[in-house]
Design a protein around this ligand. Sequence first.
Ligand SMILES: NC(=O)c1ccc[n+]([C@@H]2O[C@H](COP(=O)([O-])OP(=O)(O)OC[C@H]3O[C@@H](n4cnc5c(N)ncnc54)[C@H](O)[C@@H]3O)[C@@H](O)[C@H]2O)c1
Length: 87
Amino acid sequence: MAIKQVGVVGCGLMGGGIAQVTAQAGYPTTVVEASQELLDRGLAAIRRNLDGLVEKGRLEAGQREALLGRLRGSATLEDLREADLVI
Ligand SMILES: NC(=O)c1ccc[n+]([C@@H]2O[C@H](COP(=O)([O-])OP(=O)(O)OC[C@H]3O[C@@H](n4cnc5c(N)ncnc54)[C@H](O)[C@@H]3O)[C@@H](O)[C@H]2O)c1
């Protein structure tokens, strides 16, 4: 089965990193946190990571935007219902 959509539960250290990598690899990715506050914190950490990569010249600004366009956050587990793979 082809994987078209990836879901990640938890946007802490591991989940945030995994969601970043799957979105960077081109997969539309939904990352779910236990609350909106935790989600905002996790997504902010991903954005900071990406900013660091852009500053170091390891990621182009356009790639950062494309990656973020594939990354969706949610505080509702049901939003993973369309995912072909949940990590
Ligand atoms: N950090 C590591 O180096 C490492 C290495 C190997 C394995 N792990 C394992 O990976 C897992 C996550 O580790 P971490 O370091 O990312 O922890 P973390 O505390 O940084 O992140 C876990 C996140 O999961 C969220 N969460 C908890 N319950 C949830 C729920 N029901 N729905 C949605 N989100 C929920 C928490 O709010 C938290 O943000 C753990 O099981 C850990 O043992 C971690």
